[in-house]
Design a protein around this ligand. Structure first.
Ligand code: GDP
Length: 232
């Protein structure tokens, strides 16, 4: 750069900053834009709550189901994903509901399956739940994939392993979403993610670490959900 141009540039900067002094900050190199959550930009509508796992939704669209233990953070994740706090109820009474909640996006439904593993459930309630999920996973022709939520802090419970068996038997594509990442340090997160993946026989690209509080991993999850819903 010629001395003349350099002088003009420095002059220009002085005018911008207005401090009359020398520029003290190095120009930033620039970061790639963080990934955007595509679901936030889309209209979403609560369709209803249904007891029948084979309920027909109109229009018929591909659907992505979310399943996880009560209190795993499913409602919080749905609200963070859709960018509408309060759309999915953040549960005060864990596991009380046995209904499927359906949310309509333009090209797919998100199906919020009831949470499992609530401590006070009796034998009959457990059997009923198992039957509901077995039928839903096994027989639902519009089901494109399942998002399985696991709390990153805890080893899989007996109930998680039972659901794993049902998921394997159904042959459905599964994305394991680890919730509440903000509750661990960065190094603990990495260790727990590896341990959970090993415990459950998951591949690296099948695991997504998330936090509804910090927003970590939410955009990536939104992209994965749209992608699987649009798969032919
Ligand atoms: P659900 O029963 O699976 O629907 O779980 P909720 O969404 O109701 O969450 C259960 C509890 O965990 C609530 O107290 C939430 O505020 C809390 N929670 C959910 N997600 C997160 C998260 O990402 N980070 C933290 N720190 N807390 C969370």
């Amino acid at each position: 750069m010629s001395p003349g141009r350099k002088g003009a540039g420095a002059q220009g900067r002085r005018e911008e900053t207005g401090d009359g002094g020398r520029e003290t900050h190095l120009p930033p190199f620039g970061h790639p834009d963080p990934p955007a959550n595509p679901l936030r930009a889309l209209p979403v509508e609560f369709v209803g709550s249904f007891p029948d796992p084979l309920v027909r939704l109109d229009p018929a669209l591909p659907e992505v189901a979310l399943i996880g233990r009560s209190n795993v953070g499913k409602s919080s994740l749905l609200n963070a994903l859709m960018g509408r706090p309060g759309l999915a109820r953040v549960s005060g009474t864990p596991g009380k509901t046995t209904l499927l909640n359906a949310f309509r996006l333009p090209s797919l439904y998100l199906i919020d399956l009831p949470g499992y593993g609530f401590a006070r459930a009796g034998k009959a309630a457990r059997a009923g739940y198992r039957q509901l999920i077995t039928r839903y996973l096994g027989e639902r022709s519009t089901l494109a994939g399942v998002v399985w939520l696991l709390d990153v802090r805890h080893p899989p419970s007996r109930d998680d392993f039972e659901i794993q068996e049902l998921l394997i038997a159904s042959g459905r594509p599964v994305l394991a979403v680890l919730t509440k990442a903000d509750k661990l340090t960065r190094s603990a997160r990495a260790i727990r993610t590896r341990e959970l993946a090993a415990d459950l026989g998951l591949h690296d690209d099948q695991v997504q670490l998330t936090s509804s509080s910090s927003g970590q991993g939410i955009a990536e999850l939104g992209q994965s959900i749209l992608a699987i819903g649009e798969r032919p």
